[in-house]
Design a protein around this ligand. Sequence first.
Ligand code: PAF
Length: 282
Amino acid sequence: MPLLFKKIKDLRNYLKSIRCDKKEIGFVPTMGYLHEGHRALIRMARNQNDVVVVSIFVNPTQFGEGEDYDRYPRDLERDLAICEEEGVDVVFAPEVSEIYPRGYRTKVCVGELGKRLEGEFRPGHFDGVATVVVKLFNIVQPHRAYFGEKDYQQLKIIEQVVEDLNIPVEIVPVPIVREKDGLACSSRNVYLSPEERESALSLYKSFLLAEKMIKAGERDAERIKEAIKTFIQKHPHVKGIDYVEITDENLNPKKTVEKGDRILLAVRVGNTRLIDNWKVEI
Ligand code: PAF
C-alpha cells in the first residue's frame, strides 16, 4: 500500500528525508477516480523517478457555479488500490480546509491563454487549476510532474506558469489514452448512459473524419471545423458544441492546417461536458 498523507506538514516531513537521500520525486496531480489515463501518467512517473507521489484532490476553485463539483466522482479506497497496483509510493489526499484554510485569497492568474477555448466557457477555471497546481508543487517540490495531453490547454498553461514563475520542475506531457472504442479516458465518462456514450464516440470519429479529409488534401481549417461540427451534431444525445478549434501546438488559431497542429473540441452530451483533442499527423 502507498503511504497516505492528509496533512501538508506530515507529507513535507516525509519528502524532506527523500530529498536528503538524493532521490528524485515524480509527481502526478489528480482529482481522483483514477482511470487508464492516470495509470499511464503514473507508469511514466514510475519509470523516470525514484519516488512517485500522487495527489488526489477535487479542487473546488477550478469549478464554476453550476458545474459538477458536488457530483464529481470520489472513491479514495478504489484510488488507493489502483495506486498500489501501479507501485505508487505516496498518496496525498488532503481535505479542502487543508489546501484552502483561509479561502481563495491569493491566486495565480494565467492571463490570455486561460481565457480562450475552455476559458471562454469556464471563466476562472484555469486560475483555479494554476493556483492549486502551484500550491501542490510548493508542497511536494517534485523533480518532474506529469500531465495528460487529454487536457491539452491545461498542459500548455502549466508549462507557461512554470516558465513565468520560475518553478524548478520539469513538466512531462503524456499522450491521451483512449478506451478500445476511441473514447478518451476521463473520470467524467461515468456520467454517460450507454446511449449517451454511443453519441460521445462521435468526438473520436470526427477526428478520424478530419484526418481523412486532411489526407485527401484538405487544408482549410474552416472547412474541416464545419465538417466536424456537422458530423457531431447528427448524433442524438449531443446537446451542443461549445467549440471546435484548430490551432498550432501552442494553441494559436490556424487558417491552414499543417502537421503537428491540434484539433480541440468541447461537446455537451446529455448532461456531461466532454473535451478531447487530436494531433494532426499528415
Ligand atoms: O487535471 C486534473 O485532474 C486537475 O485539473 C489537476 C491538474 C489535478 C488540478 O486540480
